[in-house]
Write a protein that binds this ligand. Structure first.
Ligand SMILES: Cc1cc2nc3c(=O)[nH]c(=O)nc-3n(C[C@H](O)[C@H](O)[C@H](O)COP(=O)(O)OP(=O)(O)OC[C@H]3O[C@@H](n4cnc5c(N)ncnc54)[C@H](O)[C@@H]3O)c2cc1C
Length: 538
């Protein structure tokens, strides 16, 4: 069977395309196949340039366990076995997923643009969220392209905080199920501005590929068994694998980059595959291994020319790590909530500072529907003594929200690497007062949307799960881009200031993170970097 045959890809993860480490030279090597790396590969594939994709993981197996909350949330079946260490040296298992498609294999596919205000400076009680070196208008065309590539359903023009848009979404907004529609109507009647959340799912529309989303409850936090979630594997990587100029090597963990004597050019990419080591080379090397792992590779590539780590003359690599100050909240109502696909509604009334006095607080969106096993996996201590039936009952009645407050880039919130190459993550929370205030606003909203009358308890009861340090799903910022080489790692093309042929195209480049999900911005930026590289490569 041809190595490019889709069944071969599905059934036998391994090496696609023939690779000879000793003799092959590539135009571009891309490390990582997630939102950044996968999208970049998709953008560059039509150039005909010889591209090698290096992916630490393999293809995520398609199996019934994809949709089993016990396997996914309790057993952590798809989580990496990686152990990282916090500031006190305490080990923890980060919620990272090493597969073709990266974190997008598990993501909720809520694909938001940052708001124009996010590109400027924003003041919070704990400090400043810095301005980006580019504006919203610079990103807008790439947002539009990313929305079309990732098949986003939505409706521009509903949310007053969004920026201008050059193209409507490719597909209409996903309609609300009755309970969510009721909440939306109640919110609008109370003077709020609910809008349809942008969803990257492949509903059964004209021109659809074979996979069709059935709007199941297993989307947010689960791999999609039927490949109908717009993730980086399905949308970006698989479609280019049959091109002769694209080669994917899986189970290939990049551990170091080596440079020439001048220190300005990456000449070798060293990786571990099985029990052996291999090196590859290319004119251009792009890191897209995720914010923590990209920093790890750079810090682990220290040399005489770059004694503190590659591209790290500024001492900024690994610093300014962000991951959002997020909360998952389940409001328990007396009436059951029969919604299956719940992530269709969002609210940005508290995103910007208001005339009535509150500062910028963040985004409220609906979350994938709670279920008993997921509650157990997410909160083992809180739910340990609860009988399973009580959790099932709670899940049946829950209405679930995800609250996101921006966290601030702090130099001491950083990734470092020890002598054994292990990741250490130091993190101190920021913007707690804003996160608490946003939670307060949600409670007010619930009171205004008629939920108290239906609540199980006399008074409102909310299960509030703040996301701990291991919740690295939204990791960003470890190699920020900027115009000043003293305070940033990358220039505005996402090329390392100190090297001529090294780029970064994952969430590391964020100078600040805003308060909406980061995926679409990573994809849009990868398309932007792709345009630059296509020009550079001629
Ligand atoms: C459960 C979950 C839900 C989420 N929900 C949403 C959502 O609804 N909306 C949204 O916008 N965002 C969401 N996110 C976040 C989003 O998925 C990430 O922001 C985005 O994928 C980051 O892109 P990236 O390219 O930086 O990293 P990734 O997509 O993680 O890609 C990094 C890739 O590099 C590979 N890699 C790592 N180290 C190496 C190495 N040394 N050598 C070779 N390869 C390596 C990894 O295996 C991976 O394939 C969610 C994430 C998770 C985990």
């Amino acid at each position: 069977m041809s190595p490019h045959h889709p069944c071969w890809v599905m059934c036998q993860p391994g090496q696609l395309g023939s690779v000879d480490a000793m003799t092959d030279r590539y135009d571009v090597i891309i490390v990582g196949t997630g939102a950044g790396g996968g999208t970049l590969a998709h953008a560059l594939a039509p150039t005909g340039k010889k591209i090698l994709l290096l992916e630490r993981g393999s293809f995520l197996p398609r199996e019934m366990a994809n949709w089993d909350p016990g396997a996914v949330f309790v057993d952590g079946r798809y989580m990496s076995a990686d152990i990282w260490y916090d500031a006190d040296g305490k080990p923890f298992q980060p919620q990272v997923h090493y597969y073709v498609g990266g974190a997008t294999k598990m993501y909720g596919a809520a694909l938001y643009r940052l708001r124009p205000a996010d590109f400027g400076e924003i003041k919070f009680a704990d400090g400043i969220s810095p301005a980006w070196p580019l504006s919203y208008d610079d990103f807008e065309p790439f947002y539009a392209r990313a929305e079309w590539l990732y098949q986003v359903h939505g409706k521009h023009g509903e949310d007053p905080t969004e920026g201008t848009w050059s193209k409507q979404y490719p597909w209409p907004a996903v309609s609300h199920e009755p309970r969510v529609q009721q909440i939306s109507d109640d919110l609008a009647a109370a003077g709020y501005h609910p809008f349809h959340a942008p969803c990257g799912i492949l509903l059964n529309e004209a021109d659809r590929p074979a996979s069709t989303c059935i709007r199941c409850a297993w989307c947010d936090g689960y791999p999609c068994l039927v490949h109908a979630k717009a993730d980086a594997e399905t949308i970006a990587v698989r479609p280019v694998l049959d091109r002769p100029n694209v080669t994917l090597l899986v189970n290939a963990e990049v551990i170091q980059l080596k440079t020439d004597r001048s220190g300005r050019t990456v000449t070798e990419v060293l990786l571990r595959r099985g029990s052996g080591y291999e090196t590859y080379s290319a004119d251009i090397v792009v890191l897209a291994a995720g914010a923590a792992n990209t920093a790890r590779i750079l810090l682990g590539s220290a040399s005489d020319q770059h004694p503190t780590g590659l591209a790290n003359g500024s001492d900024q690599v690994g610093r300014n790590y962000m991951f959002h100050n997020s909360k998952a909240v389940a409001a328990l109502a007396k009436e059951p909530n029969e919604t299956v696909y719940q992530k269709t509604l969002a609210l940005n009334d508290f995103y910007l500072a208001s005339d009535s006095g509150h500062g910028p607080l963040g985004n409220i969106q609906m979350l994938g529907k709670s279920n008993a096993m997921a509650m157990k996996g997410e909160e083992p201590k809180l739910t340990r003594l609860a009988p399973h039936w009580s959790l099932e009952e709670a899940a049946r009645h829950s209405v679930d929200f995800w609250l996101t407050t921006e966290d601030l880039p702090r130099p001491d919130n950083r990734v470092t690497v020890d002598g054994d190459g292990r990741i250490h993550l130091s993190y101190t929370w920021t913007n707690q007062s804003e996160a608490t205030a946003l939670y307060g606003e949600l409670k007010t909203i619930l009171n205004k949307t008629g939920m108290p009358a239906h609540h199980v308890l006399d008074k409102n009861f909310y299960m509030d799960m703040s996301i701990p340090i291991a919740g690295v799903a939204h990791q960003a910022g470890s190699c920020r881009f900027g115009t000043d080489p003293a305070s940033s790692v990358l220039d505005t093309d996402c090329k390392a200031h100190e090297l001529d042929n090294l780029y970064v195209a994952d969430s590391s480049f964020f100078p600040s993170i805003g308060a909406v999900n980061p995926g679409l911005t990573v994809m849009a930026n990868a398309l932007r970097v792709g345009d630059h590289l296509a020009k550079r490569l001629g």
